[in-house]
Ligand binder design. Sequence first.
Ligand code: GLA
Length: 598
Amino acid sequence: MSNLVWLDELDLRGMKQGWLEARSCRAVTGNPLRIAGREYARGVGTHARSVYWLDLAGGATRFTAAVGVDDAAEGVGTLIFKIYGDGRRFFDSGVLKSGQPAVPVDVDLRGVQKLVLTVNDAGGGVRFGHANWVDAQFTGTRPQPTSAPVEPAEIRTPNPPATPRLNGPPIVGCRPGNPFLYRIPCTGARPLKLAVENLPAGLKLEANVITGSLAERGEYVVTLRAGNSLGVAERQLKIVCGDTLALTPPLGWNGWYAHGVKIADADMRAAADALVNSGMADHGYTYCNLDDAPAANFPDMKTLADYIHARGLKFGCYTSPGPQTCAGLPGSYQHEAEHARQYAAWGVDFLKYDFCTYWNVMPGKSTEDFIAPYRQMGRLLREQLRDIVFNLCQYGMANVWEWAPGIGGHCWRTTGDVGLEPNAALPGFYKVALANAALAEHAGPGRWNDPDYLLLGVCGDAHITPNEQYSYMSLWALMAAPLFFGGDMRKLDPFTLNILCNHEIIAVNQDELGRQARIVRQCDEEFILAKPLAAGSIAVGLFNLSEVVLPIRVSWEQLGLTGPRRVRDLWRQTELGVFATGWETMIGRHGVAVVSIT
Ligand code: GLA
């Protein structure tokens, strides 16, 4: 008996998509389904990127349909429809343009357990990704909507050895005459004894923190040495005393996503303690940053700053050039100089300057009007007798990456908040990352594109899969982004810590060359990022955007290389061998491999 089930009869709430909601017998806009002038009574209207997981339990034998771009896409939309069954690709529509007649689908499903219907944009961006599955029918038993299979939270990074290992940035910038603070990031069994050779006059080592102040500009190469009962480690650190701070991307924690405006003094102290106790600080995480919050939650900022500094960490603060912050608290408008002095007096090391309500007081909308408030604060911060990293937060307006370095900015948000909408087919960090990746040429030592924080671990409502967490961290590391963990420091779990504390991944981010990874190639299912490193090797990230395990290959030619190359898996910290023309691996749903190629 052949039983027919329409796709439009199924519960479509499980269809995840880029805009609005999937509609039964309607286009996503609510209008009739229409492809190339022809109207269809039956079918499903969705929007790219769209993903629908179905459990067939082997009971469906055939899927027939026609697919195309809805006529509402007005000649703009280009889409790719794909169907995967039990990890294999069963159908690929190729690139479909709006106005093109519907393409027939006829898939033999015998024996298939899990089916995924997907629609991706074909590079034209997600605007007008109006996608129609029309006359879509299953033969056999009724499929049940389901979700993607749950992945195990696989720990890939080996624990640090008990022998000493020096981690963190290879280079650090400071300004002459200002207080210097550098906590030497070092793993290994305690007790550890640290020593520094060639420390220039003015600096001293106390336990594991270098403090003091340098009078003279110049480049000072010191040797860090760490010893315990099992061995000794040695490494050079370049201290560059000049005008530029943040010679590598800042590393730390920011309280916004985990606490919002409820954050209080005790949370900041707990975060500082956890940075040290969890081992994060031993991997270079240094900044403990406060975001938008009422002053009343902080009875004494100076004491809080002292508490943080006493642990060798740095303290970040937040305000707005507008009369109010984004949360409606008092901003710095018309109090800029007074606030800059106040921050320096408290001992602030990092300032996030968030546009927010500056809209309401802006004299005009010219590029100069966007620059002015940041130019002013940049100057004020430079006037303080303190090294304060300046973070511009205005979501990428007026091509901030072009002028921020010139007005004293060290890092600037390139997009809106990363957020993580629950119903997206791909978590929002991919969109933010791809927008940020396009700005690679603007990054360098002392000037970094900032795609917002790492929403890993227990972090507000964010919930992403283990593979996605690896991809998130890999993207930020390769893009030389400031690495600010945004999760709850009191709820750090071993999996999250393992992702945050892979010293080889962090070393890619902190590489002295300061280059941001570029996109080598990109399609609907995968993309590759490559970041040249100071040692002459290249760090490469291979990202799977699809719903299934895929083989992904990078060829030496795509990287501009010839001849055999040595490949190392940076997440697992293992040598993979020497390869003649390229390297390929299987990568899981939304997963990643990061390798160095030497
Ligand atoms: C804006 C910023 C966020 C955060 C909030 C605080 O949305 O982009 O990073 O600072 O304001 O209100």
